[in-house]
Design a protein around this ligand. Structure first.
Ligand code: NAP
Length: 299
């Protein structure tokens, strides 16, 4: 077990970094407007999963607030994979839309890979198409998935060195764990970390997390990471968002993978939940859509 001298745990505010991203995007958005282009996103929701509806609504709200366009396409939960693919192909060919987002998870029985493969690689603002995944692994990304891109931006904004550091990623999903591992281990001046990926079959998780200079917790298990599991001064990025029922007015709260109370005074820095990685995921979706719109006038 590591020994701990008390440190002051710095809060890494994703909200603040997102504001910085939006003000940076203003110039790009107005220069697109001068060319008669308003970045526009199509979101596809299949079925009636309440969490998916909430996530998409908050993304759309942000687009509206920034003067960008978006439209949500609601498909029945009874749609077949072929019907969803056909809808997406229509959006691929519709010049009004620069970006297409398919809200995950898709209902059981849907071939998610076939659906994600059907999104045009030029409109794939979530970066989930295998070609875009491949380009990221290759070190020459086109679209980087929003959550890992947002995590990396937080590290950059706060000047957290990754070169030669040991980053331990808990979770190996295609949405978070794998792409953040690819980003941090990239052979580039602002990455160059040594990355260990852990998952549900990892034996003795603590023995890895305790070695982390940077710990990315993305398992979706509330409180999985506590103060005993990290070393003094570690930078801890809490990606987890789990809705836990409670007695508050809302009836629930959003809880991360990190027991924030127990890592306080041990971690060198920590992203809060909410207000950490979440706002950056939306900011990166906006940025990727602006990028897609910019590329659309170059081609
Ligand atoms: P996911 O697809 O369920 O993947 C979870 C990963 O965690 C899997 O690789 C799983 O291992 C691993 N895992 C589960 N239990 C574990 C344990 N006890 N020890 C070590 N690893 C364990 O989830 P996801 O989509 O990556 O999302 C992860 C969390 O991030 C969720 O809470 C999600 O809501 C949140 N999230 C937040 C944002 C945001 O904007 N802040 C965006 C995306 C996701 P196996 O592969 O072996 O199953």
């Amino acid at each position: 077990m590591p020994t701990h001298d008390t440190v002051i745990t710095k809060k890494l505010s994703g909200k603040k970094v997102a504001q910085f991203v939006y003000s940076d995007l203003e110039k790009r958005i107005s220069s697109l407007a001068q060319n008669g282009v308003i970045p526009t996103l199509a979101a596809v929701i299949v079925g009636s999963d309440p969490a998916s509806q909430v996530y998409v609504r908050s993304k759309m709200r942000k687009f509206r607030k920034l003067g960008l366009n978006s439209k949500t396409f609601f498909l029945s939960g009874k749609s077949t994979s072929e019907e969803i693919v056909s809808e997406i192909k229509g959006l691929n060919n519709d010049d009004r839309f620069h970006g297409i987002l398919v809200q995950l998870p898709l209902p059981d029985g849907i071939d998610s890979n076939a659906v994600l493969r059907s999104v045009s690689v030029k409109k794939d603002v979530d970066g989930f198409h295998p070609e875009n995944v491949g380009l990221l692994s290759y070190g020459n990304p086109r679209f980087i998935p929003c959550t890992p891109k947002g995590i990396f931006r937080i590290l950059q904004y706060y000047g957290i060195e990754t070169m030669g550091k040991h980053a331990v990623v808990v979770g190996r999903s295609n949405i978070v764990g794998r792409p953040i591992s690819a980003i941090l281990s990239a052979k580039s001046r602002d990455a160059n970390a040594t990355v260990t990926i852990c998952h549900s079959k990892t034996d003795d998780l603590s023995s890895y997390t305790q070695q982390a200079d940077i710990l990315i917790a993305s398992a979706g298990i509330p409180g999985l990471i506590n103060g005993e599991m990290i070393s003094n001064g570690a930078v801890v990025i809490d990606v987890g968002i789990t809705r836990v029922d409670d007695r508050s007015d809302k009836g629930y709260s959003l809880v991360g993978d990190v027991d924030a109370h127990s890592v306080d005074g041990i971690a060198g820095a920590l992203t809060p939940v909410p207000g950490g990685v979440g706002p950056m995921t939306i900011a990166m979706l906006v940025e990727n859509t602006v990028e897609a719109a910019e590329r659309s006038i170059l081609t």
